[in-house]
Design a protein around this ligand. Structure first.
Ligand SMILES: *[C@@H]1O[C@H](CO)[C@@H](O)[C@H](O)[C@H]1NC(C)=O
Ligand SMILES: *[C@@H]1O[C@H](CO)[C@@H](O)[C@H](O)[C@H]1NC(C)=O
Length: 795
């Protein structure tokens, strides 16, 4: 008979030993993890491959592997014979020679000039030079200290035709009126009839009053006056032409233009009348200031226009305006620009910034209406006529735009919102697989991966795409920092940030988020602002377009999930901006425990949503961390990993996506064909694609310096990409050690007192040179100049 007491005691003893054992093991694991974390930090190494010294007199084959890599990077940086021209991002074509005669009114009408020719002339260097010079003249005369209170004194004419390349319309504009293509032609090859037959009116059916309202004579209009998007699918050409026709004759002007500089901004108001430069006296005045008499155009000499010269002269005459401290409500610009290397660059948001609801909408409307009624009384009641009251209470044009939006949004229930943003919707065919859902319809200029004419190649399109994304990011974050607007990267860009601190080469979506009250502030101050890139870096222009319905914070029923867009007007690509904040929706069950614990502690429940269905809580967002993506300083949210793991189940784990592999030795995503030089077919071939990818991934994870060198030697594009990115990706590796937990499940770490981390973030600065070429240089010049030495790589 077994002694049950003994059995019980033995069992208890074993249990006890086990518990003790596991507790010890667990403690040891903890200690190990901590050691690991510490050794991680102590392994911080900012050294980059280009810093390895090599003897320039030694022949290449005598160098060791690291020296060879350094040698190759040096070769790209020296750019001998302009061989690595793509890695040289300085503007190459900054000057334009013209004959002023072509732009002036001739005494003899038979001389055709741009002024009375129906076709359009477009060159951003012409536009920018004339505007910057005019800006300088006006500022000097009316606002030499560049004070914000005097902004209304600076104003300029505007026509989209000077700012966006609409010359594709020339083919139509130069035809006799009765032979021009009409609205029916735009709809002659569509997927289904439009629901908006009034989207377009034929030129021939336009009344004289309508022509007058447009502000251009019949000869200067195409046969179709496009009022809005038909919202059905058509081939490229009609879709491009309809956007361009809308810009020429219908699109309202921006309210203001902001010129970015490396330190501060210049601004001008824009009149709401449609007027091209050649139809104003701006250019004549420009010549006049240079002693060229526009009345004797027969003997005007050729002149050279240079935006960067005009820009420098402007900067010398009147200083750019830094952000007003009162407008930097989160002290963002002060924090990011501080010189202290050990100081934190984290940004702590407050809960109020996420509280934008009906109450705030009502309050703003009321405030505007009080001001409007004061103005009205001061104007109409002669006993109370008071210019001071008018001056103090009148709404500026941004405020009026904001007020109208508030009123209109407030008059509609969420279910009744019309679609705000319209996209270029394309018919797919054998040459085009792009449905167009990535381009704002008005500025659409050909899909990113569509060869719109014979002059393009597939690899040129890839380069163009990278340029566009790089410049969008760079200009948004420069604008946002200059204006103290808080935003952080989200969704796709956050995931690609996670990997290597760059943008994915295969993703054309850029998403950013901001607190809902910040979104309202953006729309109030900057809606319909055209932001002009620092002209010494490129000639990009971006329109800030805020949806009327951003005042609604509940789930959008149909389309209005996006609250604002930063649109590249040269291409129609954009950054999607969504506001995050309180709303009246029911949070999903996964937040039950968060709500419960907040309630137990008697703390307020801070659960936020955008207008789609992305929920976040306050603690996941703040403090925002200062970081970089593709060399552009940005903010990222606090708990990146839980956000990413929630949104992308394998996104942070999968080394393969859509033909690209993540290659840890280079910290780049590369296409398969660039990698296969390293392996023998029997190492990876398989009848199943998944197995093949898996095999290649396993091989990639084993790569060392030798193979890295081989990748750089075997493909010049890989080499240039590595040259452009390796410093940033090195920083990112260091950064990840501070920010991410080893379990890779969450990333909330208290870094506020970590001065080593702060020293790292003090290195994050907008580089003086953009990472990619200027789009104008590339698209209009350089891709033609380097036809012979281009190396084709398939998509
Ligand atoms: C900043 O960091 C350096 C190096 O770690 C240290 O010597 C210095 O005392 C720190 N300065 C401040 C103000 O904390
Ligand atoms: C922004 O401006 C556009 C164009 O005037 C207008 O339709 C829209 O309602 C404005 N957005 C907001 C939020 O006021």
């Amino acid at each position: 008979m077994i002694d049950t007491k003994l059995v019980r005691n033995v069992f208890l003893a074993v249990l006890f030993i086990n518990v003790v054992y596991f507790v010890r093991v667990y403690q040891q694991e903890e200690i190990k993890t901590k050691h690991l974390a510490l050794s991680h930090i102590s392994s911080i190494n900012y050294a980059t491959d280009n810093q390895v010294e090599f003897d320039p007199k030694k022949p290449y084959h005598m160098l060791n592997t690291k020296e060879k890599i350094s040698y190759l990077l040096d070769k790209v940086s020296k750019n001998q014979n302009n061989h690595y021209w793509l890695a040289n991002t300085k503007i190459q074509h900054s000057k334009l020679k013209i004959n002023p005669r072509d732009f002036l009114t001739p005494e003899d009408d038979s001389l055709k000039t741009w002024q009375n020719k129906p076709d359009l002339f477009y060159d951003p260097r012409f536009t920018l030079t004339v505007y910057l010079d005019e800006l300088k003249t006006q500022l000097k005369a009316h606002n030499p200290k560049n004070e914000k209170t005097k902004d209304h004194l600076i104003k300029m004419p505007f026509s989209w035709a000077d700012w966006v390349d609409l010359t594709m319309l020339n083919e139509e504009l130069t035809k006799p009126n009765d032979q021009k293509l009409n609205c029916e032609w735009l709809q002659s090859n569509i997927n289904k009839p439009t629901k908006y037959p009034d989207f377009c009116k034929n030129l021939m059916e336009l009344s004289d009053e309508e022509v007058e309202e447009i502000g251009l004579s019949r000869d200067m209009l195409p046969g179709f006056i496009v009022k809005t998007s038909p919202m059905n699918k058509a081939p490229h050409k009609p879709v491009m032409l309809q956007g361009k026709a809308h810009l020429l004759a219908q699109q309202e002007n921006p309210l203001s233009i902001i010129f970015l500089t490396k330190d501060g901004t210049y601004e001008t108001q824009v009149s709401n009348k449609r007027q091209r430069i050649v139809h104003t006296d701006m250019f004549e005045n420009y010549l006049d200031r240079r002693g060229i008499n526009a009345n004797h155009i027969e003997d005007t000499p050729e002149i050279e226009l240079s935006p960067s010269t005009a820009f420098k002269s402007l900067q010398k005459t009147v200083k750019a305006r830094p952000l007003d401290l009162h407008d930097d409500i989160y002290k963002m610009r002060q924090i990011t620009r501080q010189k202290q290397v050990n100081a934190s660059r984290e940004l702590y948001l407050d809960k109020e910034s996420f509280n934008y609801k009906q109450e705030q909408v009502d309050d703003q409307i009321q405030e505007y209406e009080i001001r409007l009624s004061l103005v009205e009384e001061a104007m109409t009641n002669e006993l109370k006529y008071n210019p001071k009251v008018i001056q103090e209470n009148k709404l500026n044009r941004h405020e009026l735009n904001h007020y109208n939006g508030l009123k209109y949004a407030n008059s509609l229930a969420v279910e009744n919102e019309p679609t705000y943003y319209k996209l270029a919707t394309l018919k797919k065919d054998k040459d085009n697989q792009d449905a167009g859902w990535h381009y704002e319809w008005r500025f659409f200029n050909g899909a990113l991966r569509y060869l719109k004419d014979e002059s393009w190649t597939v690899s040129q399109l890839e380069i163009r795409e990278q340029i566009i994304l790089d410049r969008l990011l760079r200009n948004w974050f420069r604008f946002a920092e200059e204006k103290g607007i808080i935003s952080w990267i989200a969704h796709g860009p956050l995931l690609s940030w996670y990997w290597n601190g760059l943008m994915f080469p295969y993703d054309i979506d850029i998403d950013i988020q901001m607190p809902s009250s910040e979104l309202n502030r953006l729309s109030k101050n900057y809606n319909m602002t055209l932001v002009v890139e620092d002209v010494t870096e490129g000639y990009g222009k971006f329109l800030i377009d805020c949806s009327t319905f951003l005042h609604h914070r509940d789930m959008a029923t149909k389309d209005n999930h996006i609250d604002a867009r930063f649109i590249d007007v040269d291409t129609g690509t954009y950054i999607d901006i969504t506001g995050i904040g309180k709303n009246n929706e029911t949070p999903p069950p996964e937040y039950d425990s968060y709500i419960k614990s907040k309630n137990q502690k008697g703390e307020s429940v801070e659960l936020y949503m955008d207008r789609r269905k992305h929920w976040l809580n306050f603690e996941k967002i703040t403090p925002l961390r200062y970081s970089m993506i593709s060399g552009v300083p940005v903010y990222v949210p606090n708990d990146i990993l839980s956000m990413l793991n929630h949104e992308y189940s394998v996104g942070t784990k999968s080394y393969y996506f859509d033909g690209y592999y993540y290659v840890p030795v280079l910290r780049l995503w590369l296409q398969e064909e660039r990698l296969l030089v390293l392996f023998k077919p029997e190492q990876y071939e398989s009848s199943s694609d998944d197995t093949r990818h898996e095999k290649i991934i396993n091989l990639i994870k084993q790569l060392g310096e030798e193979e890295k060198l081989k990748l750089l030697e075997s493909n010049e594009e890989t080499l240039m990409e590595y040259y452009l990115t390796h410093k940033f990706t090195t920083f990112h590796e260091v950064e990840k050690k501070f920010m991410l937990d080893h379990s890779l499940q969450s990333s909330i770490q208290d870094l506020s007192g970590n001065s080593e981390y702060h020293q790292l973030t003090s290195k994050f600065k907008m580089s003086n040179k953009p990472m990619r070429k200027s789009l104008y240089d590339y698209e209009y010049f350089e891709r033609f100049e380097h036809m012979e030495d281009k190396t084709e790589t398939p998509l």
